[in-house]
Design a protein around this ligand. Structure first.
Ligand SMILES: [Zn+2]
Length: 261
């Protein structure tokens, strides 16, 4: 919880019941309406917990070809290699700990009167382990296995192999329950519905280069939300944000959250 010093959580202006900016002159009942907040988080929020991505130089991803380990075609050609890669990623994830940015969002959810949803591109479970409850993992979950025959899912063992059997239909065809390149992201209609209802949309640690995530900021803005981006460097959609805060997630996120509480 480094970075979440108690004084920062007190003595700050309570923005949780703030009126939407386009209703500043409107009737006062809006002042009582709690903010509906949607976050989009990406690899940048977990990198300080030691979890790298395919965009990083060095590290686990650099030892594998993306086509081999992150496409269904690659899995079909060499499932053993894909399992080896995801077994390593799963082990890294289980050894990693949530950081101050994950904890700040969990604290905000616990203390916020309105709705709060975290949409994450990450397949790790660090948001949940930090205490966040309302999380949608649009790219799936590293900690789950899925049957390519009947689509049932179950908790992934430490070591998944191509010889593993589905506990429901008993076929040999278990794969990591993650979204590979060329596959549909999860929960898209629900995510877009929540973004259209959002009063505040905040993007953390994602370059937002790939559709549909690259369109979320504009969607939020089109429906009247305030928009914030927190990244090491400006993303591809930074010009659509009302506010851009640059810096490491473990520093900028707790500081920003403290302004809301
Ligand atoms: Zn099955």
């Amino acid at each position: 919880m480094a970075g979440l010093a108690p004084p920062a959580w007190r003595n700050t202006r309570n923005l949780a019941h703030r009126r939407r900016s386009n209703n500043e002159a409107g009737p006062d009942h809006r002042q009582e309406k709690a903010l509906n907040i949607v976050f989009l988080t990406g690899a940048g929020i977990s990198s300080e917990s030691g979890l790298g991505t395919f965009r990083d130089e060095g590290g686990l991803w650099s030892q594998y070809d993306l086509e081999d380990v992150a496409t269904f075609e690659g899995f079909s050609c060499n499932p053993g290699l894909v399992h080896e890669f995801y077994n390593l990623r799963r082990a890294n994830c289980r050894n990693a700990q949530p950081n101050a940015a994950h904890f700040a969002l969990a604290e905000l959810e616990a203390r916020h009167d309105g709705q709060l949803l975290i949409v994450t591109q990450n397949v790790d479970d660090l948001h949940q382990r930090a205490g966040s409850k309302n999380v949608l993992q649009m790219h799936g979950e590293l900690d789950k296995a899925r049957c390519i025959n009947c689509s049932s899912t179950w908790p992934a063992p430490d070591v998944m192999t191509s010889q593993g059997r589905c506990p429901k239909c008993w076929s040999r065809g278990c794969r990591p329950d993650v979204v590979w390149f060329g596959e549909q992201v999860r929960f898209l209609s629900e995510i877009e519905k929540e973004i259209r209802r959002a009063d505040l949309f905040a993007m953390i640690g994602t370059s937002a280069q790939v559709s549909p995530a690259s369109e979320f900021m504009q969607l939020a803005r089109d429906h009247g939300a305030d928009t914030v981006e927190m990244n090491l460097e400006p993303s591809a959609v930074a010009q659509t944000a009302s506010e851009v805060i640059l810096g490491p997630a473990t520093e900028v996120v707790p500081e920003w959250v403290s302004r809301l509480l």
